[in-house]
Design a protein around this ligand. Structure first.
Ligand code: GDP
Ligand code: IMO
Ligand code: MG
Length: 429
């Protein structure tokens, strides 16, 4: 029996939330291990739509949920989300939700800095979610961060707070901003500490105990491999490692804790924010994908850029993330297209490439080489078994598998939880 890690295989928004919620029925615990509330995971259960940013998607089913040490935690965003879900009838209590006491905190000046930098970057801006994710990770790696466990020791911060404020005050001065109001920061932290501390635990102990007891652990990735700070389209990436290898380190388990890596990929491609996108369609077809796929960001409401499936990128994601099987989502969005193109390689200054080059200029200049397939006139929307799929849709899935050199384990055919085809059970492998 394997534990399962779910990771996005493209630029995020592949449908991880839906798949994690679906798999959570078979899991004993769901763990977020990186990122923060830059994520936006949508779950549709009957009439109800749940939008989760920080809370693991298992919480909607009541599956015990953990926020691991690799996550950067905005405690105010946490409280808002817990309250919002409470209004929808989903309870997150210290019994059902545990937060690593070692998570680095996102503080208000991280959010300020994220916005100030974006505003000052003009055409070079990354198009971040402006949630303070990058600045918080910088402080963590710079050994200046406040962590969840510090909330229990706010009177003893002393030189730690001096160092953090000195660093940020210099940056703020560069933008013409006032220094951090320390009294206000401490008062705000005191207030929010009462909310956060009951959830704070050394979660690595629970997770290791769960593992020893043979419980099924489901790791929920945020963002996607192409936004990984090492393997993605740098610098147009997020500030964490989004690959499956982070699941263990970001939760306090050893590398062998992850068995099956389920990569989530849309049947086409989207991206939100700046950065290269070889198969982007700036035309009617791109509009049609966006309209049919309702491609607007969960977190920021921004319109997502759309294009054809890029097999080169997903093959690369599968390799660097050790993906065992793919969940192919949003197949229904391709219903009714007369022809469907798949990118099978790139051309760069006369040369053919079967991988995505590292340099930003080359990434921007590669031209996709397409293979064109016939579409299907039947519908895949809502299909729940392989037999419900038009023959041509099956052909498309088979061709995708060949090109990315990875089998399809699940197919998703609508936003609704149960509109899912199981080809190979990730927990049974
Ligand atoms: P995540 O960030 O990877 O969890 O994905 P998002 O929730 O940000 O975006 C995926 C969007 O597609 C959400 O609105 C989902 O409800 C929706 N979705 C997921 N799977 C499918 C599918 O198979 N078909 C369609 N049409 N929509 C889907
Ligand atoms: P989920 O988990 C799509 C993108 C931002 C921006 C870049 C850096 O819903 O798939 P950041 O705020 O992280 O510093 O922004 O990363 N980005 C996402 N795009 N889905 C996400 O999460 C994303 N999280 C960050 O748009 O381009
Ligand atoms: Mg999303």
């Amino acid at each position: 029996m394997a534990n399962v890690a779910v990771v996005g295989a493209q630029w995020g928004d592949e449908g991880k939330g839906k798949v994690v919620d679906w798999l959570a029925e078979r899991a004993d615990v769901v763990v977020r291990f990186q990122g923060g509330h830059n994520a936006g995971h949508t779950l549709v259960v009957g009439e109800n739509v749940y939008k989760l940013s920080l809370l693991p998607s298992g919480i909607v089913r009541g599956t015990p949920s953990v926020i691991g040490n690799g996550v950067v935690l905005d405690p105010w965003a946490l409280r808002d989300e817990v309250e919002r879900l409470g209004e929808q009838g989903v309870e997150a209590t210290p019994d059902t939700l545990r937060i690593a006491d070692t998570c680095a905190l996102i503080l208000p000046f991280h959010r300020d800095l994220d916005g100030l930098r974006e505003d000052a970057s003009g055409a070079g801006k990354i198009g971040t979610t402006r949630r303070g994710i990058g600045p918080a990770y910088e402080d963590k790696v710079g050994r200046r961060a406040l962590r969840v466990c510090d909330l229990a020791h706010l009177d003893d911060l002393g030189p730690q707070l001096d160092r953090l404020c000195a660093h940020h005050d210099a940056l703020r001065a560069g933008f013409g901003e006032a220094p951090i109001d320390r009294d206000r920061l401490l008062a705000d932290l005191r207030e929010i500490a009462n909310f956060v501390l009951p959830f704070a635990k050394p979660v690595w102990r629970d997770l290791n105990a769960a593992r020893s007891a043979g419980r099924r652990i489901l790791f929920e990735g945020a963002q996607g491999v192409l936004l990984d700070v090492d393997h993605g389209t740098y610098p147009y990436v997020t500030s964490s490692n989004t690959i499956a290898g982070t699941a263990a380190g970001g939760s306090g388990l050893g590398p062998s804790a992850v068995g099956f890596v389920l990569g989530i990929a849309k049947a086409y491609t989207t991206r939100v924010g700046s950065g290269p996108f070889p198969t982007e369609l700036d035309d009617e077809t791109g509009e049609r994908l966006g309209t049919r796929g309702r491609e607007f960001g969960t977190v920021t409401g921004r319109k997502r850029r759309c294009g054809w499936f890029d097999a080169v990128l997903v093959r690369q994601s599968a390799a660097v993330s050790g993906i065992t099987g793919i969940a192919l989502t949003k197949l229904d969005v391709l219903d009714g297209f007369e022809t469907i193109s798949i990118c099978t390689g790139y051309r760069l200054r006369g040369e053919e490439l079967d991988y995505y080059p590292a340099h930003a200029r080359d990434q921007a200049e590669v031209e996709p080489i397409y293979e064109v397939m016939e579409g299907w006139s039947g519908s895949t929307a809502g299909a729940r078994s392989w037999a419900d799929l038009p023959a041509q849709a099956i052909k498309y899935i088979r061709r995708v598998e060949e090109l990315i050199r990875c089998p399809v384990a699940l197919v998703s055919t609508s936003p609704e939880r149960e509109d899912t085809i199981l080809v190979r059970d990730p927990f049974a492998n």
